[in-house]
Each structure stands twice: as structure tokens, then as C-alpha cells.
Design a protein around this ligand. Structure first.
Ligand SMILES: O=C(O)CCC(=O)C(=O)O
Length: 272
């Protein structure tokens, strides 16, 4: 990558805690990836596809190709440096609201409704990841257009510089985060939030300490993206912490530290 572009990405990322949009896949390319995801979604079902498709870069080549796209890795290197780990990946899929059926209405009356709008509450990724030092960045790659109407990601510029803030367990239903965690409301000034609008095939990058969220999908269109987490080999797993990222894969450079054992095995080849 041209050094000026690399500097521009690193400087903007440092100032805001995010960088977007990055053109990763051309429109005709992303169509192929979307088809592959549609097949996966049909196999796994919609419920699981929302946030249940974790680390599928290990067994599905199309997910691996997304997570290791050279354009993306060049941007990651501009921020992380020459040694890059792939930590984990997860699809975030939000569906259009369903018209409530009679069965839903009865369930709602009984307090067991399952059709509430899904959203992602304000959080910082690194709160629970058990990494020392707490350092990771995410590339969120849009498989569908992601805009205000269908609930694109939102972020508070510069919030990655405040350190990890207090999270509570939210009382709201529909939060896609696995612990229903949320930053305390008085920490977030939503009037400062920026919408990370992306076209399908584009990606955004965000810092692991950035406060971010996404609203419910109010459109008639699905909003699906692949979140890929990266870090560098200098981070250690905190003993006994419940971290999902136990098996990083070395994508670029060298792993001198071996904090995670052997990180050299690749599920598929790396693109050149
Ligand atoms: O996809 C979303 O709406 C939220 C994604 C997110 O929170 C993340 O990638 O860390």
C-alpha cells in the first residue's frame, strides 16, 4: 500500500477509533459471497444466522476469503503493524421486522414473545475478551447494503480513548450481544453518534475500545455483515478469562511470542 494512504488510515483511525468506507469487494464479487451466505443461512436457519455463526472462517472457504482479503489486510497492517493475528469472526444479521402473527401475540401476552426487534446495545468489544494488553480491531464487512434504515453500525468518535467504561446487564429485550451487556446510559451521548453507512462489499474498521451499537432493522431488507477481529502476537490470553479467541491464526509477519502456542496452521491458503 502507498505509504501516504497507510498513514492517512492510521491517523484517522487513531483520532476517531474507526475508519470507513473501504472498498473491498467489487459489486459483482460481493454477489457471489452473498449467495454463499444465503446458502449457509438456508442450512442453519435465521435464528442462528443472527449471531450464531461464529468462526466459520475455519471451515468455510468463502468466509476465510472475506477475512483475509488482501485490501483489508493492508489496511489492518497500516494500523496493527506487520504482525497480524486473525482472532475470530462472527456474522451479524438483522432481519426486517415480522408482522406479528396470532401466535406471537399470544406469546407476547404470556410474556414469551420471540419476535422483538433485534438491535446491538452500546458496548466496547474488549470489555470481555480477556486479552492483555486489551488490543484488537474489527473489520465489519457488509454483505448487504447497511444504512440508517436497516440498522447500520453507529459509533461515538474518539470514545476509544476513554478506556473501558462500566457495562451493566441491560433490561431491554432484543439485544444481540451474548451477555445482554450495555454501557451505562449516562456514558453515551447519542447526539454524537456517527452512522457507519456501507454499500455491500465495503468495510469499516473499529477499535476494540470504541463505543458502538446498532439500531433495529426498520426496513424491508436484511442487514448482514461479517465482523472479523484482528490483533498482534504481542497480546496474551488472560488466564481463566472466558475468551472466545483462544486460537488465533497468524496472517502476516511472525509470531515471536507464542503466547497462544502454534498459530501457523491455516484452514485454507492465503491469497497472494
Ligand atoms: O453488526 C452490528 O450491528 C454490531 C457489530 C458489533 O458490535 C461488532 O462488530 O463489534
Amino acid at each position: 500500500m502507498n505509504p501516504n494512504r497507510a498513514n492517512q488510515i492510521a491517523r484517522q483511525f487513531e483520532a476517531q477509533g474507526y475508519f470507513f468506507p473501504i472498498d473491498v469487494f467489487a459489486p459483482d464479487e460481493i454477489v457471489e459471497y452473498r449467495r454463499a451466505f444465503d446458502t449457509l443461512e438456508a442450512q442453519e436457519g435465521r435464528e442462528k444466522s443472527q449471531v450464531g455463526l461464529f468462526d466459520r472462517h475455519r471451515d468455510l472457504e468463502f468466509v476465510w476469503r472475506m477475512a483475509t482479503h488482501p485490501t483489508l489486510l493492508q489496511c489492518i497492517e497500516a494500523i496493527v503493524g506487520p504482525n497480524v493475528f486473525l482472532l475470530s469472526s462472527l456474522f451479524f444479521c438483522k432481519y426486517p421486522p415480522q408482522r406479528p402473527t396470532l401466535a406471537h401475540q399470544i406469546k407476547a401476552i404470556l410474556g414469551a414473545a420471540s419476535a422483538e426487534a433485534r438491535f446491538v446495545d452500546w458496548h466496547q468489544d474488549l470489555k470481555y475478551w480477556g486479552l492483555d494488553p486489551a488490543y484488537a480491531i474489527t473489520a465489519w464487512i457488509a454483505l448487504d447494503d447497511s444504512d440508517i434504515e436497516n440498522g447500520c453500525m453507529r459509533a461515538i468518535p474518539g470514545s476509544h480513548r476513554q478506556g473501558i467504561v462500566e457495562h451493566t446487564t441491560s433490561s431491554e429485550r432484543g439485544n444481540l450481544l451474548n451477555r445482554n451487556q450495555a454501557i451505562r446510559k449516562n456514558w453515551i451521548d447519542e447526539s454524537k453518534a456517527v452512522n457507519l453507512v456501507l454499500r455491500a462489499g465495503q468495510a469499516s474498521l473499529h477499535h476494540g475500545e470504541l463505543s458502538h451499537a446498532s439500531n433495529p432493522n426498520r426496513s424491508t431488507r436484511r442487514r448482514c455483515g461479517l465482523a472479523v477481529r484482528y490483533t498482534h502476537p504481542g497480546v496474551k490470553p488472560i488466564p481463566d478469562a472466558k475468551v472466545a479467541a483462544r486460537h488465533p491464526i497468524l496472517l502476516r509477519g511472525i509470531d515471536e511470542h507464542k503466547h497462544f502456542g502454534d498459530t501457523s496452521a491455516l484452514p485454507f491458503s492465503l491469497p497472494t
